[in-house]
Design a protein around this ligand. Sequence first.
Ligand code: AMP
Ligand code: MG
Length: 439
Amino acid sequence: MTDCFSAPGLLPFEQALSNMLASIKPIGLDDCETVMLENVLGRVLAQDISSPLNVPPHDNSAMDGYAFAFESLISDDCLTLVGRSMAGQPFQGVCRPGQCIRIMTGGKMPVGCDTVEMQENCEVLMFKSDVFQSNVLQSDVQQNEEQQNKALQTVRFSGKKSLGSHVRNAGEDIKEGQKVFNKSHRLTTVDIGVLASLGIASVKVFRKLNVALIATGDELKTPGQTLTEGDIFESNRYVLSAMLQKLNVNVIDFGVIEDDFQAIKTAFEQADLKADAVISSGGVSVGDADYTKDVLDELGKIDFWKIAMKPGKPFAFGHLKNSIFFGLPGNPVSALVTFHQLALPGLLKLQQCEALKRINLRVKTMTDLRKSPGRMDFQRGVLSTNEQGETVVTSTGAQGSGVLSSLARANCYIVLPTSQGKVPAGEIVTVQIFDQYLS
Ligand code: AMP
Ligand code: MG
């Protein structure tokens, strides 16, 4: 997707990303803690996890029915019922040729059985309730013929039988010793179930990052306050904070800081003391009230990039004394897209998390797309399925960097390479589906 047709003076997007990633050193491998399973959702594993056991641990039935040796039914369609195996209460004896065992879903396969027939295909003849009194009905059939005859039931099997049917084999899900998760994997809801099924009660995870959030701008009021003339409601901190929650970091909120050199300097110094990463929005361009650059020139080693991407041309990245710094543009769409495309991969690296696997598709655009060559566009689109069953994309309309509602309606970026000009409807374009951080 990268190309080298950026307008003069602009840094290609891929270059900005790789420069940034190259200069980020992740937190230490031993910077971790042990956390109980109940609290590990979204945490990043600091260890590989291999299975200490087979899952399931024993062969068991996938159906309510009857278990037997497949060979027994080759010459006959009736077997003698000699016991039962319930989930957690296995049959203790041996099932011999010509015999079968009542078995419930999850019941351990009795010794001597290799096949289960579901109860819908079985008919119990001469049913007597006392046959089900014990799990060990006939552990030794030869020794007690008389008692056996009293309790004997016959089960007739109909339908086609196949060897091994309805049996879940030991280790079929996960084998003992098998690698289940790699270090640096972020644990999802289902992963926690898998860990529980392995009997693992706690895991080693990397510590949570501390991330400071700062919005700059005299015009910004927080929701709940009253707008006076020229003001707008501040939204960047809210949306960034929500995305950071999905990254499972501790957010340190510095609120809104006025456009004042000293106020911004104090906030950045404080943030640097407390955080692994500091994220600011606004003030990174070269307007009269953009003090961020002057402050950062004093406080750290920060690069101010003009990236060949749209939205989001101005972007600052570098190192303060203790932390890394991301300076996002103030426009809400630009702030979000630069956070998602640039800061997020950086934060993942910092927290020792595996890199994002972004999913790109090639689909037809149903709308004309406006574009001039010179920057890589991350336009907002809606992926859908048309009446012919094809996946297609439609632009969300106005693509201004202040139109946050365009991002809310979207479910993908339409990624147009730097050299691309306008695209007529019907052409094939690349889209990037929104991941869990944006949805
Ligand atoms: P700046 O990057 O500070 O020049 O801001 C660019 C535009 O984004 C201006 O229209 C600002 O009012 C707006 N803006 C800056 N910060 C925020 C914010 N935190 N929330 C919403 N809009 C913002
Ligand atoms: Mg500003």
